[in-house]
Design a protein around this ligand. Sequence first.
Ligand SMILES: [Zn+2]
Length: 266
Amino acid sequence: MPVRPDDLSNVITRRGALAALALLGIAGCGGSVAATTSTPHWDYNAEGPDHWADLDRGYATCRAGHAQSPIDLDSPTELHPSDHIEIDYRSISSVKLLNNGHTIQAAVPADSGNRIVVDGTAFTLTQFHFHLPSEHTVDGHDTAMELHFVHTASSGRLAVLAVLLHAQPDATPLTPILTATPNRIGLTRTVSAVDPREYLPTDLAQFRYQGSLTTPPCTEGVEWIVLRHPAPVAIPDVDNYRALFPHSNRPTQPRNGRPVVLAGPN
Ligand SMILES: [Zn+2]
């Protein structure tokens, strides 16, 4: 079935749209699947995080894994000031926003030049998306939303830079993205002149740990970098996003003795 990402407006049913997205190989938090496989449906409600492992054998890691994300991060943690990652972000001429039924995902062109360097390995920014409320918590506290910048190394490894978003009446940096959110599953919209640096807080202190995708198939081996300090998001933008996705956060998972270090700022 030929499906053009820019012309799904005639997809009428939710089931149809989800099937189309499965064919396109569009997954949730950082995941991607082969274009020819179908992705079993999952959500944050009846088929929510407690049931993901029951929905498909390929989702078994969501229950059986021992290094799952998100987690709660404690402020007084091991300090490794020099272990910060390098964030090499620049303006992107245009990104394509997609409502994939789980989140608003912004596809970043492969040649945008945006990357992070983690322990000497370069990871290229491929997409970013949102969760509401935040998935990671700091000392047990969540924030209004969380932004995930998803990066891929040439080896295929994933690294996610997470920014906690704190709701403020007068915040504007994310407004161009969040006011342009496609309001139906499968719809896309293009936004020009996007600079991811504007979405970062001034202080780039960062928690680092080894985790997983926070959506099925919950694959482990993901490098997580969670900025300690939140960045602002406008309250009307949060309200607008909540109207589309009332909640889209996986609960925090057991840490199971994994080290978390606090690095930077750089
Ligand atoms: Zn995510």
